[in-house]
Design a protein around this ligand. Structure first.
Ligand code: AMP
Length: 136
């Protein structure tokens, strides 16, 4: 059965996509820990780190490297955590491999960040800004 991220990759369900290439898609998390919280996925289905092939994994890493500074700067952050949950025991709830790019500001709690959720409108605006920045 198709997972929600496969549908996002195929543009079958709406998402705030900020970057896309032949192999990967990056979009804003619908329930962000902080504004700018972004997910990077491979278009080719894999469940998590335990089954992704090396080529797809490299493409995901390339995209994360490409967009990370832009995501950081777009929300005026100074740092970023990159997280990945693999299997339910580690907190995975969507079973299509994804990296979490989570911007961090000075003084922000590292391990249990307080949620600073954004509205749909804020995410739409931020996604527009990020798309424009990432086109250059
Ligand atoms: P996890 O599987 O625990 O690593 O996290 C899955 C993440 O996907 C959570 O942070 C959700 O907020 C996010 N998420 C779930 N559905 C969507 C969606 N339709 N669009 C964007 N993000 C989503």
């Amino acid at each position: 059965m198709d997972d929600i991220f496969e549908k996002i990759a195929r543009h079958e369900v709406p998402a705030d996509i900020i970057y896309e290439d032949e192999d990967t898609v990056a979009f804003l998390d619908i329930m962000p820990d902080v504004p700018g919280h972004t997910l990077v996925i491979p278009k080719k289905k894999s469940r998590n780190i335990f089954d992704i092939d090396m080529e797809s994994w490299s493409k995901v890493a390339e995209t994360a490297r490409k967009i990370a500074p832009v995501v950081r700067d777009s929300v005026g952050a100074t740092g970023m955590q990159i997280r990945m949950n693999n299997e339910p025991s580690a907190g995975q709830v969507v079973f299509h491999l994804h990296l979490h790019l989570i911007p961090f500001h000075e003084g922000q709690e590292k391990n249990f960040p307080e949620k600073l959720p954004s509205t749909k409108e804020e995410r739409t605006q931020l996604a527009e800004k990020l798309r424009a920045l990432l086109q250059h």
